[in-house]
Design a protein around this ligand. Structure first.
Ligand code: ARG
Length: 480
């Protein structure tokens, strides 16, 4: 490629500039993009059918022998073209790059591969949401302590807690889905940045490759990497949500909490302490969240303030994308596995559900309802009770009420019965229907989540089918 224009390049400079190692991610995508371009060039009469079939069958052989058979070049695009010319000669192979540049080529290849990765992530995410919902359904009545500030706050149920994560992951799905719609657009035909004078058909290559549309402005097409930022940002957000689940699994499996046992397959032991069972998989999910956030920061920093249009800096952004999507995909799968196989210690959860005077809010609410006092006054009465550590009896409440308000709560309608109801976590939970842990309300939310899950699965199926169909068709066109 460079022989006419430049003198040869020393090994170390070639190694410095080459993206070939990371380009393994786009090897198959590149061959598909080559095929689509060649098919279109033929249909538009830019190259002959004879040339086209020689190129297409050589591309098949290049795919069969794999990336390792290619020579060390600046990148996968140059390596494939060099191999092609070696196989069929320059007069044939040298025509493939007509009306094209590596700039639109690489952008197209990244989009083709990334959309698959986004679809894989969405598939795994659907499974994780399913696992959370299934587990929640088994634990609609499983009482547990709810926390704020990692301090016992109010009782809740495990179902209510798990569905909180399911809700966050539903939004993560939508973010990936949004990133997909903007990723699956074709830059091909933009050439270096200014388009081409050859009578190419951009809509045709776009359709052949299963894209949903064309990026209209050719300068934008080659220089845009916002689809990278967006996809990695969505992954980073998702990883942040997974890291919160991971942290809880780590905390919950300590002997201090003892809420769950993580299955052996997701644990490691110590090389010195024979008794140890460590939650390494959960810790790595938590750690990889940091790596994915770093990848997002990397892409932002590399692309920030780049003038139009293509700059080689862009090559430096792509490997961050691939490490982010592979970390994220694996982390979703691991998290689903851990939740699906964990053992839940219902008795410990129940015992801890009311620890730390967790019924205090319910008792304050009861004072409001039974005595008609303001919530702030009730808060002070129960707060004083908590500070003194006295048993929440009618007598104790009367004494505090008298000193704070000059009135006995029993004179205002409070009785032993109302107090014991307030202190009963099961009764308390039944009343919490505003998206809370009340079993019937949790069931309602479960159904809402399941409905959205089905919609998302249908959307994902139709996108996968569309892409698969296009790719198969491209393969068929190839054989003619
Ligand atoms: N390896 C390059 C990249 O990833 C491909 C495009 C090269 N284009 C160029 N004008 N040097 O960005």
């Amino acid at each position: 490629m460079r022989k006419a224009r430049l003198s040869s390049q020393p090994e170390d400079v070639l190694a410095f500039t080459s993206s070939l190692a990371a380009d393994r991610w786009i090897f198959d995508a590149n061959l598909a993009v080559d095929r689509a371009h060649v098919v279109m060039l033929t249909e538009e009469g830019i190259i002959t059918l004879e040339i086209s079939s020689l190129i297409l069958s050589a591309l098949d052989r290049i795919q069969d022998t794999g990336i390792s058979a290619l020579s060390q070049e600046e990148d996968i695009h140059a390596a494939i073209e060099a191999r092609l010319i070696e196989m069929v000669g320059e007069d044939v192979g040298g025509r493939m790059h007509t009306g094209r540049s590596r700039n639109d080529e690489v952008a197209t290849c990244i989009r083709v591969r990334l959309r698959d990765e986004l679809l894989f992530m969405m598939r795994e995410l659907i499974r994780l949401r399913q696992v959370l919902i299934m587990c929640a359904k088994e634990h609609i009545e499983t009482l547990m302590p709810g926390f704020t500030h990692t301090q016992h706050a109010q009782p809740t149920t495990l179902a209510h807690h798990l569905l909180a994560h399911a809700g966050a992951l539903e939004r993560d799905f939508d973010r990936l889905s949004g990133a997909y719609t903007r990723t699956n657009q074709s830059p091909l035909g933009a050439a270096a940045f200014a388009g081409t004078g050859f009578p190419i058909n951009r809509a045709r290559t776009s359709r052949l490759l299963g894209f949903d549309g064309v990026i209209e402005n050719s300068m934008d097409a080659v220089s845009a990497r916002d689809f990278l930022i967006e996809s990695v940002f969505a992954s980073a957000n998702l990883m942040t949500d997974l890291s919160r689940i991971a942290s809880e699994l780590i905390l919950w499996s300590t002997s201090e909490f003892d809420f769950v046992t993580i299955d052996d397959r997701y644990a490691s032991t110590s090389s010195i302490m024979p008794q140890k069972k460590n939650p390494d998989v959960a810790e790595l999910v938590r750690g990889k969240a940091g790596s994915v956030i770093a990848a997002a920061t990397g892409i932002f920093t590399i692309t920030k303030a780049l003038p139009q249009s293509y700059n080689r800096d862009l090559q430096e952004a792509t490997p961050h994308l691939w490490s982010a999507v592979s970390d994220t995909l694996a982390s979703i799968r691991m998290t689903a596995g851990m939740i699906d196989t964990m053992e839940v210690h219902r008795e410990n959860l129940l015992r801890q559900a009311t620890a730390g005077f967790a019924m205090a809010t319910e008792l304050a609410d009861t004072l409001v309802r039974s005595c008609g006092i303001s919530f702030r006054t009730a808060h002070q009465i129960v707060g004083t009770l908590a500070r003194t550590g006295a048993q929440p009896s009618l007598a104790a409440i009367d004494e505090i009420g008298l000193s704070l308000t000059g009135k006995r709560m029993s004179d205002l309608g409070l009785d032993e019965h109302a107090i014991s109801d307030a202190l009963d976590p099961v009764a308390s939970i039944r009343t919490r229907r505003s998206g809370g842990p009340a079993p019937d309300d949790v069931m309602r939310v479960t159904l809402v989540f399941e409905e959205k899950l089905q919609e998302d699965a249908a959307l994902l199926d139709s996108r996968c089918e569309r892409v698969e169909e296009a790719m198969e068709l491209l393969q068929d066109t190839d054989r003619r």
